[in-house]
Design a protein around this ligand. Structure first.
Ligand SMILES: [Zn+2]
Length: 272
């Protein structure tokens, strides 16, 4: 590894870093290719906004994970990967009936935003809001109302899909993804006992203490596996999107390129 091409933000121009940047460039190109091949239908523009927005979010998450090797551990990576699993299941389910389901998706989000606004108002209570608070409340209210104009004002904002994520995954034919990705990573997201016991407790070696577990906040060595998972979920998302729209977009195939870069020995993550 050479240090002559170290860049300004502290990341040396290592092979791993170059590989990450190449990966992110590929992700951007893959997203752009979909948006070019899938022009918006202005009669149902919300479909393009919802599906396109989720697709863009998935690209963002894949790139953010890839650029943060310190998060490639069981402590943190599953939080972001679970978010990718959520986005994937949403996209797969929405694509089965995009016009109606994307409408519900928007309305549910607006309902949540409205609830948040009401909570803020309740917190302020009877006192006079500060100018800053008043500005936030007003902007938030305007954002919600602007989107509801022309959009079924009387709709129940509290409902989106009455299905659980599990049911959505079943309908979208990705129950394996739910069982093997979404559910296990949820333990980390929600800081559940079976995550804590495995990651933040260590058995005391003193037999007199009856092998109780002591809290530990140990730093783990980054594991490239988590990057490949993020890349795989992005690739899976593209596959589902492309099938739904009968698109056949070849390269750059970011996932395959990433895997072959590792296996060709062009970058050995263990040495970086
Ligand atoms: Zn002890």
């Amino acid at each position: 590894m050479t240090h002559q091409d170290a860049d300004d933000d502290g990341h040396e121009g290592s092979e791993l870093w170059l590989l990450i940047e190449n990966y992110c460039t590929d992700v951007d190109q893959e997203l752009t290719a979909r948006l070019e091949a899938w022009p918006p239908d202005f009669a149902e523009i919300h479909v393009h906004e919802v599906i396109g927005g989720l697709l863009a979010r998935q690209a963002t998450l894949a790139k953010d994970i890839s650029r943060a090797p310190s998060l490639w551990t069981g402590h943190s990576a599953p939080i972001l990967l679970r978010a990718m699993a959520d986005a994937y299941i949403n996209i797969a389910w929405l694509l089965l009936d995009p016009v109606e389901r994307c409408r519900k998706f928007v309305l549910f989000g607006l309902g949540q935003a409205k609830l948040e606004l009401e909570h803020r108002r309740a917190q302020i209570g009877a006192r006079e809001p500060t100018p800053q608070e008043a500005a936030i409340l007003e902007a938030s209210e305007r954002w919600i109302d602007n989107q509801r104009i022309g959009w079924l004002l009387d709709v129940d904002l509290g409902k989106w899909s009455s299905l659980s994520v599990r049911q959505m995954a079943e309908e979208a034919n990705c129950i394996d993804f739910y069982n093997y990705v979404y559910t296990p990573f949820s333990a980390c997201v929600h800081s559940m006992w079976h995550h804590i016991a495995g990651y933040n407790l260590t058995e005391c070696s003193n037999p007199l203490h009856r092998y109780h577990r002591r809290p530990t906040s140990e730093q783990f060595t980054p594991d490239i596996h988590y990057l490949t998972l993020a890349a795989k979920y992005w690739s899976k998302t593209l596959g589902t999107f492309d099938r739904a729209h009968a698109l056949a977009i070849p390269s750059p195939a970011s996932y395959e390129k990433l895997i072959s870069a590792f296996t060709d020995g062009k970058a050995d993550p263990q040495t970086e």
